[in-house]
Each structure stands twice: as structure tokens, then as C-alpha cells.
Write a protein that binds this ligand. Structure first.
Ligand SMILES: Cc1cc2nc3c(=O)[nH]c(=O)nc-3n(C[C@H](O)[C@H](O)[C@H](O)COP(=O)(O)OP(=O)(O)OC[C@H]3O[C@@H](n4cnc5c(N)ncnc54)[C@H](O)[C@@H]3O)c2cc1C
Length: 491
């Protein structure tokens, strides 16, 4: 089947009748529900873009000859990598990089694990074949995915098997001849319920010991599998119009707790079954983390461009762009953007074929970028907040501007150097929605945590970094300091 259109994505979701709960109710049809319909439309727009720009967004499937999504593409040359990245950035531009879980994020994971599947075969060759088949299936059917990596946040001092109620977390209940039964909760699924299927994978960061084998699983199931339940957090799409909430009204992805209530998973959809060692090595040894980081860095370049555009427009509008500290703050964002682009350039131009023949970006460059951006993004948001000042609170709604009596007053009162009030508030509402609305603050939280706890990621980074050359450098330097060493033998 060729790549999906937006209408096909929506139709499938409507018919799937996934078990989604929100605000204390079960959702009958997410495509018409106020909490989900707008982001579903944005996802549909992504799928439609595949046909609006087929040269960039589609390629010919090696298996069927159909036109399939470029974000599933397995790169074999550096040009291939660049082509895939251009498709990623094409999608990111539609939302200003604010749809963190546009399908390309997990398409990169499915591709990497499908190709580099030997690791899964350590337990049973069937698991390696499952991973390979799933890549083919997902690509040929343009499957949209959510995923979940984390056990519930009960007591982080203890391993999962040591918890008082250890089986609150997703665990293996039974192995049967046709598959496995799993039960328990997992966190956190962004776009939970509004995709076709869910991938359950181990965390990239949290490692488990052998006693946690019953909790060490990797598999995929359709979201309408009996027993699978998505419990969504409160929606930050408050049903406002695009003018009032330009971002929340289009890109509020939602996050959900996932409950597996004795769910059956057929063997052909299992990749790891009760093996902490394989789970611990999954992301690195399949290079999935590298291809996912490539998507993230490409997407976050677009996000930084979007934020920079808002900041520069805001500076222009209220005439603050010539002040020294304001320029310096603009420079901070520009430096972030250029640094991210340099990471991406190095990653792509130093890419090498891995042992499976996939052109794999230089992880050194991407790993630095993915560890750095969560630390810098809150500062970018802070800059926008500082420069916007009261303008981020003086933001009447569109209805105020259409009011016969107060409309002309606010249009005059909120004029700026180069914009009338109506246009200026439109811009400032965008800045507010990007930073200070519930949607904006969730974006900051997302960037900080979505790849894992940055503190633990930083510790891993420190451990893995090749420190010896730098220590040797200083030892050599100190050796050349010409000074007589004191002789203490007379003491
Ligand atoms: C908006 C958002 C969207 C997300 N979307 C997804 C998704 O789609 N799929 C998915 O699988 N996950 C998702 N996540 C979850 C994400 O993977 C986790 O938030 C992340 O891995 C951190 O884990 P945690 O939340 O359990 O934090 P915890 O591990 O509970 O950490 C909480 C705090 O305690 C500290 N801490 C905990 N343990 C230790 C320790 N041993 N030593 C030192 N400090 C410690 C941490 O540094 C942190 O400050 C999302 C998270 C957010 C916020």
C-alpha cells in the first residue's frame, strides 16, 4: 500500500475505536473529540504533505515498488541521509518543530531496529525476523506509532522487582504457544491513542539487572488491542480559535498513561521477551538512538528557527532591537541555531556505513547536540519571555478586537512601532503560546525530558567520553614545566 493521505489516517483512526479516556470519559471518536480533533488534523496535514511534495517526501519501496514515506527510508549514502533529513525538516516546518512526535521520530527507530536486528535474535532467531518484518509492514502501511519506555514513577531508589507493588509496571504474565500475556502500566505515551500502534521498548537511559527480566520487554501492538487503555492527561487545547491560541489549537499532542490490562501479544510482534541484557543494549547496538537523534537534531533546528523568527519579529515590532542587551539575547539564539546546524553537518558528513550497510550519522556530533539542547531550550524560552515583558500579558482575544466599542480602542492602545494593535497582538499571542501558555510550558518540559532524564544522560555521556587524550595532554604539558622538584628526603 502506498503512503497514507491525511484522509486515510483519519478514517483508520475513526474505525479503530482505540480505548482512550480523557476528563473522566471514554472517547468515542477522537477525530471529532475537542481534545484530539485539531492535532489529528495537523497529523493529517503531515500525511497530505507527502503527496503535495512527493519528490521530497516519498520514495519507491524496494519491496513492492509502491511510493512510501521518505521518513522510513534506509540511507545507504550521505546523499540519502541528506534526502531523509530534508523530508524530516519539511514535516517539522509545518508545526515550527512543535509536533515532537511527528511520525518520523519512530519511523527512524523502526527502520534502524528492522535492519540491525541481530541483537534480538540472541534469544531466538524469530525475534530478529519479527523486527525485520515489522519494518517492512510499518513502511508499506505507513503505520503511525506512539511508544512507551518508562515504568511508573513509584520509588526511584529501588529497582522494579524491589518495589512493594512491583507488578504495577508492565510485566510478563504468561508465555503461551501463540504469544505472551502482559499486564501493568507504562509511561508516558505522547500522541497515545491517536496513532495506529504502540511500540513498547526499554528506556535509552535506565538500565535493568537480571532480576528485572520480567519487566524487560519489547513488542508492538495495534492501539485497539483488547485490554489496552490510554488514560490521557487534561488537554491544553481549550477549543479556542487559531488567532487566540495559534499553537495549542493545532499542535497539542497529548500525553497518556498506558495501561495493559492482560493484553495478548502474538509472538510475531515480540522483539524482546524477558531479557534485561538485550533491552539494555537495544538502542545503542541497533543504532536506533543515532537515527532518532538525527531526526531530533534536524527537527530542533527548525524549532530554533521558528523561535528566532518570533523573537526577531517581536524585537522589531516594539523597537527594542537596537538595545545592547536585547541584541545580545538575540545573538544567544542565533548561536544556538548555528551550533545545532554545525552538529548536524558534522553528523552527516562524517557518516559511515555500519556493519549492516546503513549510512549512519556520526553519533559523537548528535550525542553532544541531544545532550545540549535540553539544557539550552529553557534559556531560549526565557529570552522570549524577558523581551516580551508586559506585551505577553496584554493580549486581548480576537473577540475583543471585533467588539464594536472596545475593538477600536485596543487596536489603538496596542499599536506598535510597525504594526497596528490587531497585528501586534496576533504576534504576541504566538509568542505567549510558544512559551507561557499550558502548551508552551509543556513544550519546555518535553524538550527537557523526552529523550530521558538529562542528568542521567549527562552521566552516561561523561562515562563514555574518551577523556584520556585530554588528561595526557595536561600531563605532557606539566612535564615540560621547567622547575626543580623539591627533595624531601632530609625531612
Ligand atoms: C512531555 C513529555 C512527553 C514524554 N513523552 C514520552 C513518550 O512519548 N514516550 C515515552 O516512553 N516517554 C515519554 N516521556 C517520558 C520520558 O521518557 C521521561 O520523563 C524521562 O525518561 C525521565 O524519566 P521519569 O519521568 O521517570 O523521571 P524520574 O526518573 O522519575 O526522575 C525524576 C527526577 O529524579 C531524579 N532521579 C531519578 N532517579 C535518579 C537517580 N538514580 N540518580 C539521580 N537522580 C535521579 C531525576 O534526575 C529527575 O530530576 C515524556 C516525558 C515528558 C515530560
Amino acid at each position: 500500500m502506498p503512503a497514507k493521505t491525511g484522509a486515510q489516517y483519519k478514517e483508520k483512526l475513526k474505525n479503530a475505536k482505540n480505548n482512550i479516556y480523557i476528563h473522566g470519559e471514554r472517547v468515542e471518536d477522537p477525530t471529532t473529540h475537542p481534545a484530539f480533533k485539531n492535532v489529528i488534523q495537523s497529523m493529517a496535514d503531515l500525511y497530505d504533505l507527502q503527496y503535495e511534495k512527493p519528490d521530497k517526501m516519498l520514495y519507491t519501496s524496494p519491496q513492492t515498488g509502491d511510493q512510501v514515506g521518505m521518513t522510513f527510508f534506509r540511507p545507504e549514502t550521505i546523499d540519502d541521509l541528506v534526502k531523509r533529513r530534508e523530508a524530516i525538516q519539511e514535516w517539522a516546518r509545518l508545526s515550527g518543530g512543535l509536533l515532537g512526535r511527528s511520525p518520523d521520530y519512530l519511523n527512524a527507530e523502526v527502520m534502524a531496529m528492522g535492519v540491525a536486528n541481530d541483537l534480538f535474535g540472541e534469544d531466538d532467531p524469530m525475534f530478529a525476523e519479527n523486527a525485520r518484518n515489522y519494518y517492512d509492514y510499518a513502511r508499506e502501511n505507513d503505520i503511525s506509532l506512539t511508544h512507551t519506555l518508562i515504568h511508573p514513577q513509584v520509588n526511584r531508589q529501588k529497582a522494579q522487582h524491589e518495589q512493594d507493588d512491583a507488578n504495577v509496571a508492565l510485566h510478563l504474565v504468561e508465555k503461551r504457544s501463540d504469544g505472551i500475556i502482559v499486564d501493568g502500566a507504562r509511561l508516558l505515551a505522547t500522541q497515545g491513542g491517536i496513532t495506529d500502534e504502540i511500540l513498547v521498548f526499554p528506556s535509552t537511559v535506565k538500565k535493568a539487572g537480571e532480576q528485572d527480566d520480567p519487566y524487560s520487554l519489547a513488542f508492538v501492538v495495534p492501539n485497539n488491542t483488547p485490554g489496552l487503555k490510554y488514560i490521557s492527561r487534561e488537554s491544553f487545547d481549550y477549543g479556542k480559535n487559531n488567532w487566540d491560541h495559534p499553537l495549542s489549537s493545532r499542535f497539542e499532542e497529548g500525553d497518556a498513561i498506558v495501561y495493559f490490562d492482560n493484553v495478548f501479544v502474538p509472538w510475531e510482534k515480540v522483539f524482546v521477551c524477558g531479557n534485561s541484557s538485550i533491552c539494555n543494549r537495544t538502542f545503542l547496538e541497533t543504532n536506533a538512538v543515532v537515527h532518532m537523534s538525527h531526526q531530533v537534531v534536524a527537527k530542533n533546528i527548525v524549532k530554533t528557527e521558528f523561535l528566532l523568527g518570533v523573537v526577531l519579529s517581536l524585537m522589531d515590532s516594539i523597537g527594542i532591537d537596537k538595545f545592547q542587551h536585547v541584541q545580545d539575547k538575540g545573538t544567544e539564539i542565533m548561536l544556538t541555531l548555528e551550533t545545532m546546524k554545525s552538529h548536524l553537518f558534522k553528523a552527516e558528513h562524517n557518516a559511515k556505513l555500519d556493519k549492516w550497510g546503513t549510512m549512519t550519522p556520526d553519533f559523537e556530533a548528535l550525542n553532544a547536540a541531544r545532550n545540549w539542547y535540553p539544557r539550552i531550550y529553557p534559556r531560549l524560552v526565557e529570552i522570549l519571555r524577558i523581551l516580551g515583558a508586559s506585551g505577553l500579558m496584554g493580549i486581548p482575544t480576537e473577540a475583543d478586537f471585533h467588539h464594536e466599542e472596545i475593538g477600536p480602542l485596543v487596536n489603538r492602545a496596542l499599536q506598535s512601532k510597525n504594526l497596528e494593535g490587531y497585528e501586534r497582538v496576533k504576534l504576541f499571542r504566538l509568542a505567549w503560546d510558544l512559551t507561557m501558555s499550558a502548551f508552551g510550558s509543556r513544550q519546555m518540559h518535553y524538550e527537557y525530558y523526552f529523550f530521558g532524564d538529562p542528568v542521567k544522560m549527562g552521566m552516561t555521556y561523561f562515562e563514555q567520553f574518551n577523556k584520556e587524550p585530554y588528561k595526557d595532554y595536561i600531563q605532557d604539558f606539566l612535564k615540560k614545566v621547567k622547575a626543580p622538584k623539591p627533595n624531601y628526603t632530609n625531612v
